[in-house]
Design a protein around this ligand. Structure first.
Ligand code: AKG
Ligand code: MN
Length: 200
């Protein structure tokens, strides 16, 4: 495991070994069954290329009414609980006693990406954001705490974990592209990203 800091963002390369990654996929299977991936649209009505769902007290959703946290899946019903294995990653990496309220699950198929943005729909930016990469490699771009300026990119591979906290909590970030089929963790390819956040 190697930790590199890119602009106050802590990138833990190789945080999860192969067995831990496979265990997480098993733990996520019933979550994805209970709360299937859906295709969000931006508030401007543009389809997002990632598909997503959530676990926890809140899920993150986007539609014509805006970006927000919701207590129900768009198709109805509460979100499933965040798996224990995921909660352990949060407490190990952050040392926080409060668990996250939301585990956003993003799925990037071939060609999917996510534009530069800040995570700012939460009430308290004192808590960090933790993100875990599984499956295909993704090119993660890190900018500044205000829009614009130079950016730096790092490839995130399966098992890598990222912590955006402190000075980096509101840093702009995004995923430019994935290397489809670069990993064999997911039988049909693609990249799963888990983003853990305290919401309210
Ligand atoms: O997929 C990633 O690595 C980042 C996801 C993200 O930034 C988000 O969902 O807010
Ligand atoms: Mn984000």
């Amino acid at each position: 495991m190697v930790r590199l800091d890119v602009r106050d963002v802590a990138v833990h390369k190789g945080y999860l070994d192969a067995a831990a990654q496979a265990g997480l996929i098993e733990a996520l299977r019933p979550v994805l069954k209970a709360a299937p991936l859906f295709s969000p649209v931006t508030p401007q009505g543009k389809p997002m290329s990632v598909r997503m769902t959530s676990a926890g007290r809140y899920g993150w959703v986007s539609d014509s009414a805006g970006y927000r946290y919701a207590t129900q899946h768009p198709a109805g019903g509460a979100w499933p609980a965040i798996p224990d294995a995921v909660l352990r990653i949060w407490s190990q990496l952050t040392g926080e006693t409060r668990p996250p309220d939301c585990c956003l699950i993003n799925y990037y198929g071939e060609g999917a990406r996510m534009g530069l943005h800040q995570d700012k729909d939460e009430a308290d930016f004192g808590y960090p954001v933790v993100s875990v990469s599984l499956g295909d490699d993704g090119l993660f771009r890190i900018g500044n705490t205000t829009r614009g300026g130079k950016t730096e990119s790092v490839w995130l591979s399966s098992g890598d974990a990222v912590v955006m906290g402190g000075a980096a909590r509101l840093i702009f970030h995004g995923v430019d592209r994935i290397r489809f089929r670069s990993s064999r963790l997911l039988p049909r390819g693609g990249r799963l990203n888990l983003t853990l956040r305290v919401v309210d």
